[in-house]
Ligand binder design. Structure first.
Ligand code: COA
Length: 161
């Protein structure tokens, strides 16, 4: 059983994240989405809300699980028995940060590989922050997030769809 962990803040999950997930499930027997509790980001959604939004989007997969974690990602991955971490690469600007993170993780856990998947070009420019910014100003984010997430965003910002 080849397990991969797909870690992130997911504040909130976007179509870009789901695109990466769709491809990761074809490569591994099981993918565990790991929602990070403490990674120095002020989040709009609580840990439980981020987990629930993800869960409602992955119901169709029987080999995907959503879990929360705190502490080092590689320690969580080890607990899960994972052989790999999945990361999405959107643009060259992601590369330096991701390269550093992957090398650090490799030092901490030489037995776990980081697998990078290229984000679909339609989503290569989006980020959770940009989506939150647009939604907070009543901009349409329909193209970039699932309907559930869009509703949750507008509820947070007290706007209507
Ligand atoms: N499509 C659209 N957007 C994407 C994307 C995709 N495919 N992939 C990433 N993004 C965006 C996210 O929306 C997010 O946007 P934001 O910064 O505006 O919120 C940004 O890219 C990066 O987010 P994410 O992938 O969630 O990574 P992160 O940098 O927030 O967190 C962790 C990454 C959780 C893996 C990392 O912080 C971590 O491992 N933390 C635990 C401690 C640890 O082990 N540290 C490393 C060793 S010291």
């Amino acid at each position: 059983m080849r397990i991969a962990v797909y870690p992130g803040t997911f504040d909130p999950v976007t179509n870009g994240h789901l695109d990466i997930l769709t491809r990761a499930v074809k490569l591994f027997d099981k993918v565990i989405i790991a929602v990070a509790y403490d990674n120095n980001k002020d989040t709009l959604f609580s840990l439980e809300e981020r987990k629930q939004l993800l869960e409602s989007e992955v119901k169709e997969y029987n080999n995907v699980e959503v879990r929360t974690f705190s502490g080092l990602t590689v320690n969580f991955a080890r607990q899960c028995g994972a052989v790999a971490l999945i990361r999405g690469l959107r643009a060259m600007t992601d590369f330096e940060y991701e390269f550093q993170l992957a090398l650090m993780n490799k030092k901490l856990a030489p037995d776990i590989e980081t697998v990078f998947l290229m984000t679909k070009s339609d989503y290569s420019f989006i980020s959770s922050s940009a989506i939150k910014w647009a939604a907070s100003l009543n901009g349409s984010v329909t193209e970039f997030v699932p309907l559930n997430v869009e509703k949750a965003l507008y509820a947070k910002y007290k706007k209507s769809l």
